[in-house]
Ligand binder design. Structure first.
Ligand code: MRU
Length: 366
C-alpha cells in the first residue's frame, strides 16, 4: 500500500534480515511510526502489545521473530525457545501457531549453522505468500462486488466491515479489504461502513485510516449502528476477516462480528468472510467450544485512547474508577450464518465439504 506515495508492506527486513521493521500500529491514525525489531523479545512484545496485530501479520511477525533469534542462537534449544516465547503471545489467531510450526518443521532438520539463513528465507517466503494469497482473495471477491454493482445499476455498493481486516492486518492488501481495493481500482463505485470496533477501535483508528489513504469512500459508525443500517437496506454486503476458521466453517473474529452476522441473516444481507488458508484450523470442527478466546485487560474497556487538544496521545477514563470490566476480544460466528468464505482458491460455502473441496490436501489432516 502507498503511504504518502511510498510503497510499504507492514513488515520488512533491513540489512539482509539482521533487523526487521514494522509499522507500530499503536500510533495510528495520528502518527506513522516505523519501529525496529532486533530480537526475539522485541518480536514477542510487538505481538503481545499489539504494535502489530491482525491474524496474518501476527504469523508473519512470529516467523521473523524466529529468524531474529536464530541469528544469535541457532541451537535446538534456541529454536525451541523462540517457538515457546512467540506461541504464548496471543491465543486466538491460529496463523501464529501455523507460522511457528512451519518455521520449526523447515528449520529443525537443518544443521544449526544453516538455520539462520534458512529462517530468514522462510520468513521472507511466508510474507510473500501472504501478499499473494490476499491478492488472490481480492480477485475472487471482486466479482461478488461487481455483481452487486451491476444489480444496483451503478449506484455505490455499500459494504460493512468490522475491526481491521485490512492492509495493516496482513503483510499487504488485507483480507476483507482486498476485494474492496480491487473493486475500487476497477472503478466500481463503493462505500464502506466502518465499525469503530470497541474497545481498541481498530475500525476507527486503522480501517478508516487506510481506506482514507486509498481513496475509498467510507463512513465510521458505532458498533451498534450496523443492524439499523441493514434493516434500512443501507448495507449490500458484510465483509469481515477472521482469526481462526474451523474445518467446518465456524469463524472466530473480533468481538461483535457474531452480532453483525445475526443482523445480516435477519435482514437478508450476504455475510462473507475473507481468509487466507493459514487461518483455517483443520484440527477443529466446532468453533464454539474449540477456539480459545483471548481475554484482554478490562482497562481497555474503561479507557479510551486518543489525541488530546494539546496534541498528545492519552487515555481517558469513561467509567467510574471501580467499575469491573470484562473484555473478551473475539467471538465465534457459526457457519450457518455465513454466506461464503473467500479464500485464495475461490469462494467456499462455510461447510466442511466446501472447504475440503478447495483444500483437498489439507482436509481431514490436523
Ligand atoms: O485483536 P486484533 O486487532 O488482532 O484483531 C484482528 C481481527 O479481528 C481481524 O479481523 C482478523 O485478524 C482478520 S485480519 C485479516
Amino acid at each position: 500500500m502507498l503511504v504518502d506515495g511510498i510503497p510499504y508492506r507492514t513488515i520488512w527486513p533491513e540489512d539482509g534480515g539482521a533487523t526487521v521493521r514494522i509499522i507500530d500500529q499503536r500510533h495510528l491514525p495520528h502518527d506513522f511510526v516505523v519501529a525496529e525489531l532486533k530480537g526475539l523479545e522485541d518480536a514477542a512484545r510487538a505481538i503481545r502489545d499489539m504494535a502489530v496485530r491482525g491474524a496474518p501479520l501476527i504469523g508473519a511477525t512470529a516467523a521473523w521473530g524466529v529468524a531474529l533469534h536464530l541469528a544469535t542462537d541457532p541451537s535446538d534449544a534456541g529454536l525451541a525457545r523462540a517457538v515457546e516465547v512467540l506461541v504464548a503471545t496471543r491465543p486466538t489467531a491460529v496463523n501464529l501457531r501455523w507460522a511457528l510450526a512451519r518455521m520449526q518443521a523447515a528449520l529443525a532438520p537443518l544443521p544449526p549453522g544453516a538455520r539462520a539463513a534458512a529462517a530468514r528465507e522462510g520468513a521472507r517466503a511466508l510474507c510473500d505468500e501472504d501478499v499473494a494469497q490476499n491478492a488472490a482473495i481480492g480477485d475472487h471477491g471482486l466479482p461478488l462486488i461487481a455483481a452487486i454493482a451491476a444489480r444496483k445499476g451503478g449506484a455505490p455498493v455499500n459494504i460493512l466491515t468490522h475491526c481491521n481486516a485490512g492492509w495493516l492486518a496482513t503483510v499487504d492488501w488485507g483480507t476483507a479489504t482486498a476485494p474492496i481495493y480491487k473493486a475500487h481500482a476497477a472503478g466500481i463505485p463503493l462505500h464502506v461502513w466502518v465499525d469503530e470496533t470497541r474497545p481498541r477501535n481498530q475500525g476507527a483508528a486503522l480501517t478508516a485510516w487506510e481506506l482514507g489513504r486509498a481513496g475509498v469512500r467510507h463512513t465510521l459508525i458505532v458498533d451498534n449502528a450496523g443492524g439499523h443500517l441493514m434493516q434500512r437496506g443501507q448495507v449490500d454486503l458484510v465483509l469481515v476477516g477472521t482469526d481462526r476458521t474451523t474445518a467446518a466453517g465456524d469463524v472466530a473474529n473480533k468481538i461483535g462480528t457474531y452480532l453483525k452476522a445475526l443482523a445480516a441473516r435477519d435482514c437478508g444481507v450476504p455475510f462473507h468472510v475473507a481468509l487466507p488458508s493459514p487461518t483455517i484450523d483443520w484440527s477443529l470442527g466446532d468453533g464454539l467450544s474449540g477456539i480459545p478466546i483471548e481475554e484482554r485487560p478490562g482497562e481497555e474497556v474503561a479507557l479510551v485512547t486518543g489525541r488530546t487538544p494539546a496534541g498528545t496521545i492519552a487515555p481517558v477514563r469513561i467509567t467510574p474508577e471501580t467499575t469491573p470490566c470484562a473484555n473478551p476480544a473475539f467471538d465465534v460466528t457459526p457457519a450457518r450464518l455465513i454466506t461464503g468464505l473467500i479464500t485464495e482458491r475461490g469462494i467456499a460455502p462455510a461447510t466442511r465439504a466446501g472447504l475440503a473441496a478447495l483444500f483437498p490436501e489439507r482436509a481431514g489432516r490436523a
